[in-house]
Design a binder for this molecule. Sequence first.
Ligand SMILES: C[S@@+](CC[C@H](N)C(=O)[O-])C[C@H]1O[C@@H](n2cnc3c(N)ncnc32)[C@H](O)[C@@H]1O
Length: 315
Amino acid sequence: MAASLNCVLRRRLVRLCCTREVRRCLVSALDSDRAEQETHFGFQTVSEAEKGNKVYQVFESVAKKYDLMNDAMSFGVHRLWKDVLLRQMNPYPGTQLLDVAGGTGDIAVRFIDYVRSQQEHQLRQEIKSKQNLSWQEIAKSYQQTDEGSPRGSHAVICDINKEMLKVGKQKALRLGTAEGLSWVVGNAEELPFMDDTFDIYTIAFGIRNVTHIEQALQEAYRVLKPGGRFLCLEFSSVSNPLVSRLYDLYSFQVIPVLGEVVAGDWKSYQYLVESIRRFPAQEDFKEMIEDAGFLKVTYSNLTSGVVAIHSGFKL
Ligand SMILES: C[S@@+](CC[C@H](N)C(=O)[O-])C[C@H]1O[C@@H](n2cnc3c(N)ncnc32)[C@H](O)[C@@H]1O
């Protein structure tokens, strides 16, 4: 803990003092030094380099059963949480989304569906307000908007694990929702995108798996356009003692068993519940987002704080 705090302080100092080029050199020197440092993988203490490999193995192992397990573990409630995220985002036609740790693409697919339905609603409103159009004109305006992605909206799904992306791509093709999506292998701590590129950055159930959360938050800030929004959906802390007790029982006694029965993988789901307990609580995470430079940072709890949605703006 002290070592990682030390590393964060050194990074901040580097950020404050240097030009971009000098900063890159110093950051890469820090990177080789910190691969030796210790961190946690669930309740285990491991080196930082080891954590990256272990997280990779977890998602490589669960990729094919990932969606099924999400439904089984949460009784489908993860779908409602993701829908709430989309309602909070309320994207407009033309929005450029980056979904980091996007896995099998649940958020990006919902985003495209949401924008499409917004667009259809707008179209219906336009047509209602132009009652004197001929039927040919009405048919033509429908054809124009049905082509391609909804009015230039685009979602990039970025994930470190190519197996998760592969499963996501196949799912999108099967469901006919591949239009407007692109899939990129990349690390949340070192995103392969230019500065000021996206309107919205999302990360759903991903950030707790990242080794250097501060670094991922700084990258989120860098790739967002000024005015852009950061949204994070993540497991969080339950404050109600009774709910917390039941949730602990369910997490530790049932989820690994389900993991074994459904996906043949006890260990990965044991990691999942342990990693949830290690993730900072709502207020602490809010501070980390503010430290990365975001303003107007807020959060809302869902299901008594089992998960929380944090939001911030690059202003
Ligand atoms: C629990 S899944 C979440 C997937 C998806 N966002 C969802 O809500 O269903 C976590 C994802 O984070 C990815 N991940 C872990 N560490 C990462 C990193 N450093 N950079 C990018 N993705 C990472 C994993 O490969 C995995 O696909």
